[in-house]
Design a protein around this ligand. Sequence first.
Ligand code: HEC
Ligand code: HEC
Length: 299
Amino acid sequence: MGRAGAPPSIASRKGSRKRGRLRTTRIAAFVSLAVLLALAPAAAQRSAQEPTESRNPLGRDAAAVEAGDELFHERCAVCHGQQAEGAMASNLAVARSVSRGSEAGLFKLIRAGIPGTEMPPQPDLPEGRLWQLVSYLRSLAHPAEQPPVPGNVAAGQAVFQRAGCAGCHVVNGAGGFLGPALDSIGVRRDSDKIREDLLDPSAELAEGFGTVVVETAGGETLEGVLKNEDSFTLLVMTADGGIKTFQRKQLRSVHTPQRSQMPADYGQRLGPEEVQDLLAFLDRQRDPFVPVRRGFGNY
Ligand code: HEC
Ligand code: HEC
């Protein structure tokens, strides 16, 4: 019996030695974690929440969408619902930050969370994983899931021309550049949102198409869409589609009012039937989704 009892005691001693070694590695890990944490604030400040690339390198790649879907299940579905359809937190398939803003903006939002709300930051996810989430969320804005918007599409196209929309918006490869291209608008936005854009354009400005008002040293005031800026210069697109460069130091003032360059009176100029036909026409603009890029590019 004594001999039979021996092995367990050896085993348990071995076991405790193993546990001892485990403890040492844990301590080592703890120390390096502490060092990392001490360095973290500096590193975090440097990289902020910015991704290294401004566009999603994964795009709508099917494998990326699927991996993003899985990750979404693990981390996000508890609040946003299994298909992001909304539960305790909002429906992300129609959320503005998903369907409208830039990919980099969505990346930053997911990484940083929304301070002051339940929306948590994701500091531990590497960039590649965050982009997978972006790929997944973007894939939700899929046209097939919405029934076609009722209305006369051909009549809507005529309204689009008559009302001067094409002067500022590209559709079918032709049109102006002051506003965003609309050839994938039917994929990116649901019809209620497009109606809002149309009737109350200043409620929310499409990213990269905000208004800027500058006053030159000579007292001349000029406004347009701010296409690009750095510490020294501003690039402004004016209503005629021309681009003007301003040196900041030569300007008396620069304002960016929450006011769209798009006319605000379409609600009065167009009858309800014209609006409905226009919405039907815009709903059919379903070129593959290409996200907003800041700067000169439209889509
Ligand atoms: C504990 C709950 C919770 C979790 C987990 C969570 N969120 Fe959120 N999320 C919120 C809340 C709350 C808001 C802001 C208010 C709202 O949209 O209901 C929000 C907002 C958002 C928005 C902006 C929506 C808009 O209307 O513009 C996005 C995008 C988003 N979350 C993505 C994610 C992703 C991706 C994950 C997983 C990595 C995630 N969330 C995990 C609670 C959560
Ligand atoms: C003078 C130029 C101008 C005209 C004319 C104009 N728009 Fe716009 N539109 C803009 C600008 C600039 C924006 C971006 C700022 C904003 O969100 O309001 C915009 C935004 C939009 C958006 C939102 C796009 C997005 O990506 O979120 C829609 C939809 C739209 N316009 C539709 C129309 C329609 C339909 C007409 C004609 C009835 C029209 N616009 C006429 C300049 C114009």
